[in-house]
Write a protein that binds this ligand. Sequence first.
Ligand SMILES: Cc1ncc(COP(=O)(O)O)c(C=O)c1O
Length: 433
Amino acid sequence: MLLRRRRSSSLYEEAVRLMPGGVNSPVRAFGSVGGTPVFMKRGQGAYLWDEDGNRYIDYITSWGPAIVGHAHPEVLAAIQEAAADGLSFGTPTARESVLAHAIMDAMPAIEMIRLVSSGTEACMSALRVARAFTGRTKILKFEGCYHGHADMLLVKPGSGAATLGLSGSPGVPESTAQHTLTAQFNNLAQVGETFANNQGQIAAIIVEPIVGNAGFIRPVPGFMEGLRELCDAHGTVLIFDEVMTGFRVARGGYQSLCGIKPDMTVLGKVIGGGMPVGAYGGRRDIMSMVAPAGPVYQAGTLSGNPVAVACGIKTLEILSRPGAYEALAARCARLTMGFKSAAEEWGVPMTVDHEGGMFGFFFAKDPVRNYDDAKRADLGAFKKFFQLMLDDGIYLAPSAFEAGFLSMAHTEADIDATVAVAKKVLKQVAAHG
Ligand SMILES: Cc1ncc(COP(=O)(O)O)c(C=O)c1O
């Protein structure tokens, strides 16, 4: 099946004249996979329909937030109810505490929280607080991890920047970037050396506990434990960026699976259920530094917006129902094992992994442990796979450096239909060489 996308093409021609690259966020562009972006018109459950009326099984789910499925009727009702009372007041509202409780019950390491409007805002704010708390300037991040687009975090970033092959960004002053140290993910020895070379100077480590912005990369046993020990030994704040993994790989995020308590946690995506909500929180002594309780300034006109918060509350409530994460994990396993066995059948090297409702695959023979490994995977095979899957109604992330996301609305039949397409497509990938 070859889907026609005439209207998407003409909308793109218009958009490209109006917006840089025709998109409002680089990950939506199709530069690395060829072709033009698909303009989506409507979503329902596990499906998206484009402007030409084609239906796709959606494995991006808005890059994570749409975990209960698109246009879930209970979520829509909650939003409508909140909106009927007014869109924004710029005052505290009762709902903000309801969402705070829902998050803190799932993540006991968060003893105090601040709601913001995006993951970017949450990451940059958490780092400001960590710097103030420690009185230090330097921060340490990992190559290929993405923590939003704040200046200090655009150093060897993942996600769209990795897709575009950028290791930083013009416009970020050298005087800012110089305070951001980087190390290879899963390389504890390198982290140890970095601490040794910067004694008493590192305010925080920020890490995606499972990397989702360089493809899906899991920490090797001992890596997270090692980070915790190094942070304890050096008085450094350990920040888990669970914007992607929070309420996605498990209700309590990756921290509930690995049993390591970060000092601070950053959230976004799922906690807003598709509306703009981010959050940062952690130890009470650290969070007490935030204004107006303390001197570290951070604010937002739309922070804790009532409609967005209502959307997040209902999404987390649906996710708290029995069996939600078991079902997500079972479907992710079915999908990735289906991809893997189809790849094996045609002799295409592929590695797969998943946790809860998040999955990934690389066209690689050996396990991918870091960004350098990810860059060595067969990007040409990915491009071919992506294009052919899309032409058959399967909507995967248009980059080899992104994870995939399932929703509760994806049925076994959706997964099996996807695997059947993958089987056909991988044969063509194999023939392509
Ligand atoms: C791990 C991680 N942190 C931070 C961000 C930034 O979040 P936002 O796009 O909401 O600013 C993202 C976005 O993809 C992310 O994946």
